[in-house]
Write a new protein. Structure first.
Length: 329
């Protein structure tokens, strides 16, 4: 689907009357996001999945994957030694060049490029100054990324870096308690945060000017025990975090059942946006990416469903008048 056509679809009126007996029949929003956004093969795979199904995704990028050897030596996260990253760095300039192309083309295709900070550290004890320092490193790294590997940046890249990266998700979903992280996000120019976990699908809340989203707990497995709607959590539950390709199909089917049942509850109920999170790692033989591909193929083509990025979801939620205000967590 072209960007103008998609924009026209999103701009169309989609609010239907609500009765005392019926839930809000607005479009069912599905918000799919990816943390890390590094493996170039999975950049291509996710972009193809989206294009095939008329979906837009959100990519929470870890900026160390745009750092070559020289940048690695200079990087120092708050309270960490220089040159350390929990998720590593780019392996070569060619890898960075390809990744930059994927990021840029994803942006042109209407996807949301957002921040996952840089070295994937647990920042739950970080101060406002700590977060601000990491956000500044993210911004500088992206700003200089093309030049750092000997390429001319495309027209519009600087505008994306300065004004188009609106969202953040904390590594490990470790949001700082209190106001420090939110204050730093505001100073960095973010408008939304997606670091929370909610008891089930929930509407976002606005806190001090930042719209806060949360990945939901969803029922999963024979006992329908709640689990965060994210591939890594399924990986830990299904195989204790150890790769088990032999049982990949079973894990895929369980994940798909959990995703589709969570979707059906909202689609047939209150139409609360469904958020699901993934990583650029195909755990348990790709089970969770295959389950995602099945879900997206099943639901994103429906006229009363919109598979959108966080940035696209915000005005749609605001139009429904369901964005809540809060003074704290």
């Amino acid at each position: 689907m072209s960007r103008p056509l998609l924009s026209a679809c999103l701009a169309a009126s989609f609010i239907l009357p609500v009765t005392a007996e019926a839930a809000d029949r607005s479009k069912q929003l599905v918000i799919i996001s990816f943390d890390g956004a590094h493996d170039n093969a999975l950049w291509l795979k996710s972009r193809e999945m989206a294009a095939k199904n008329g979906a837009h995704f959100t990519y929470f990028l870890s900026c160390t994957f745009l750092m070559n050897e020289a940048a690695k030596k200079a990087y120092q996260a708050p309270h960490q030694r220089r040159g350390k990253s929990n998720v590593g760095f780019a392996q070569s300039d060619d890898e960075i060049r390809e990744r930059l192309g994927n990021i840029w083309h994803a942006h042109l295709e209407g996807h949301d490029i957002s921040s996952h900070a840089c070295g994937h550290f647990d920042g739950r004890e970080w101060s406002e100054a700590d977060w601000s320092a990491e956000y500044a490193t993210f911004h500088t790294t992206l700003k200089n990324a093309w030049k750092g590997v000997g390429l001319d940046e495309p027209a519009g890249w600087r505008d994306l870096v300065d004004h188009g990266i609106k969202g953040f998700r904390a590594p490990y979903l470790s949001a700082t308690a209190g106001a420090d992280m939110i204050a730093a996000e505001k100073k960095a120019g973010f408008s939304y945060d997606a670091s929370l976990v909610t008891k089930g699908p929930a509407m976002p809340v606005e806190e001090d000017g930042i719209i806060r989203f949360g990945l939901p707990l969803i029922p999963e497995g024979p006992s329908e025990k709640p689990i965060i709607g994210m591939d890594y959590n399924l990986f830990v539950r299904h195989s204790k975090g150890e790769e088990d390709s032999a049982d990949s199909k079973e894990f895929e089917d369980r994940a798909y059942a959990a995703f589709s049942q969570a979707f059906d509850r909202q689609y047939n109920g209150n139409r609360i946006p469904l958020q699901l999170g993934f990583h650029f790692v195909e755990m348990n033989g790709g089970a969770y990416w295959r389950a995602l591909d099945r879900l997206v193929g099943d639901v994103c083509h429906r006229e009363d469903v919109a598979c959108v990025s966080y940035s696209e979801a915000i005005p749609m939620i605001e139009a429904r008048g369901r964005l809540q205000q809060t003074s704290g967590l």
